[in-house]
Design a protein around this ligand. Structure first.
Ligand SMILES: Cc1cc2nc3c(=O)[nH]c(=O)nc-3n(C[C@H](O)[C@H](O)[C@H](O)COP(=O)(O)O)c2cc1C
Ligand code: SF4
Length: 491
């Protein structure tokens, strides 16, 4: 088998064959034979979060579409996406999508913002989602809706899609080089950080007024919250020790508790990371990306530039500090976490396992099932250490036909509390409802991880499931995307 020649899940016709595939890859994942419908299904069992009943074990992961207006309001596309999140049948909406707490924190000029000027639009989004859910499922009193608050930090592009305006906390030897940041590029000053904390407080107050049940203080995927966790080399109160690297989180939480006492707080966390990856030049050809290999790190040892990695072997994870972080979160009264990994910018294969890479990525360096299992096992381990926490798991979409079978089994076994669905929901939003209500499973609509929803925004277009969602399939952008993919030979 050559590199990248991995078994396509669509060719695996039975649960038994899927189990053999897992065995061939030495992956241990439980997988049920049959999908049980509600109310008996493990996936139909309620959870209690913030004293409120959450009606089932499916969660919708936050997913932005790069499609808001430039003053931070939702567009028709955005409203449609949120409506579909509601129709999915999942009873936990983890964040909707990343919403910037201030203009310079946007990852693109079309990212939503939560400001006084946008609050009624952000409130309507929640109402639209809840109404669609009520229509589809017959009740919304057991639906929990959060809003993900973010600042994009190193990956901010607030004014032009093609102009990065990074706000960094420390100099990262590999990412700085990739981004062509000079050695004297300024890092955010402590005073700027204090002002940002105020912006989080303001946004959380607005989220409470808009009726959201909770806010997610985003700490994942390379954005600013995540960068704090790896600010080992930053001097002063926000860098160095874990206590300092979590100071910003404590300060944000303190103000939210003071200003919006009824608002729940969750955290989406990249709980482990790896060094950045890039396409192997020896195996890349014109118009053909090579498989991902990790950047050389030997000049930067011990490696102090990533959270949840082994500093002596940074292509390997280490959960020692993440476990300490869980202890800090418990002290803060935060036990509602959504576990993710790495970053879509520098190691997408661990973050969103895919058979086909985005146009600026690399061919998968491992069978994507290994990436799925890595995330599921990390959550299982954390759950075993922190039984009182409610954990949402990530990276299930690549399981495709067998997503419900694995989801049902891992929830029954207590490996995870709620199964988060990302890309699958862009392609086939009704999957949770179909499983729970015993409706026919629509294999033709399954996300096959073609990565168009990532490739499109990387090329300045709105995100969406171009191959499978007729709404995008017919758009003029679909033609442009096909040309880009043809040139990059990625799909
Ligand atoms: C188009 C797109 C947009 C995303 N936007 C966000 C986001 O706003 N916030 C976030 O935490 N994760 C975001 N993610 C990551 C997903 O929430 C999820 O972690 C990832 O897709 C892996 O889960 P999956 O295998 O179910 O797709 C995005 C992913 C995609 C594909
Ligand atoms: S474009 Fe559609 S099929 Fe491709 S990864 Fe995104 S959701 Fe899945």
């Amino acid at each position: 088998m050559s590199v990248g020649d991995y078994t396509k899940i669509a060719t695996v016709k039975t649960v038994e064959r899927f189990r053999s595939l897992l065995e061939d890859l030495s992956i241990e994942l439980p997988c049920d034979d049959e999908i049980i419908r509600a109310p008996e299904s493990p996936l139909a069992q309620p959870l209690e979060v913030f004293g409120k009943k959450v009606g089932n074990r499916f969660a919708i992961q936050p997913m932005e579409g790069w499609d808001g207006t430039t003053d931070g309001r939702p567009s028709e596309n955005t409203v449609r996406r949120w409506k579909r999140f509601g129709e999915s049948g999942a009873k936990l909406i983890w964040g909707g999508e990343a919403v910037a707490v201030r203009p310079d924190g946007r990852a693109n000029p079309n990212q939503l913002m939560l400001l006084d000027s946008t609050k009624s639009d952000i409130s309507s989004l929640r109402e639209t989602l809840a109404a669609a859910h009520l229509d589809a499922m017959g009740s919304d009193d057991d639906l929990l809706i959060g809003l993900q608050l973010t600042h994009s930090g190193r990956f901010a592009r607030p004014n032009r899609k093609d102009r990065p305006e990074p706000m960094i906390l420390y100099h990262h030897p590999i990412l700085d080089r990739r981004m062509e940041l000079p050695a004297d590029y300024p890092v955010m000053a402590d005073g700027d950080i204090r002002a940002l904390v105020e912006d989080y407080h303001g946004a959380a107050r607005l989220a409470a007024k808009c009726g959201y049940d909770f806010v997610d203080i985003k700490h994942c995927h390379g954005y600013l919250g995540h960068e704090f966790l790896s600010a080992y080399t930053r001097p002063g109160p926000y860098g160095g020790s874990l206590e300092n690297r979590t100071r910003v989180l404590r300060e944000i939480v303190e103000g939210i508790r003071r200003d919006a006492p009824g608002l729940g707080i969750g955290v989406r966390l990249s709980v482990f990371d790896l060094v950045p990856f890039f396409p192997d030049p020896d195996q890349s050809r014109a118009g053909k990306l090579g498989p991902g290999i990790f950047e050389s790190y030997c000049d930067f040892m011990p490696y102090k530039y990533a959270f949840g990695v082994n500093e002596d072997q940074p292509n390997d994870l280490d959960l020692t500090e993440p476990i300490e972080l869980f202890g800090i979160l418990r002290e803060l009264g935060i036990t509602f976490l959504n576990i993710s990994a790495g970053s879509p910018y520098y190691n997408p294969h661990i973050q969103r396992p895919a058979l086909y890479p985005p146009s600026d990525g690399y061919q998968p360096p491992e069978d994507p099932l290994i990436g799925v299992a890595r995330q599921i096992h990390v959550v299982k381990y954390l759950k075993s250490q922190f039984r009182d926490f409610t954990l949402v798991g990530t990276a299930y979409s690549y399981l495709q036909e067998f997503l419900p079978h694995v989801a049902q089994a891992v929830v029954r076994e207590g490996w995870v509390d709620s199964v988060g669905l990302g890309r699958m929901v862009l392609a086939y939003p009704e999957l949770p409802a179909d499983c729970l209500l015993g409706r026919p499973f629509q294999s033709k609509r399954l996300c096959r991880t073609f990565s168009d929803c990532t490739t499109a925004p990387r090329n300045g277009m709105v995100s969406g499931c171009y191959p499978l969602d007729p709404y995008y399939k017919k758009s003029p952008e679909a033609v442009r995307l096909a040309e880009i993919k043809k040139a990059a030979k990625v799909g």
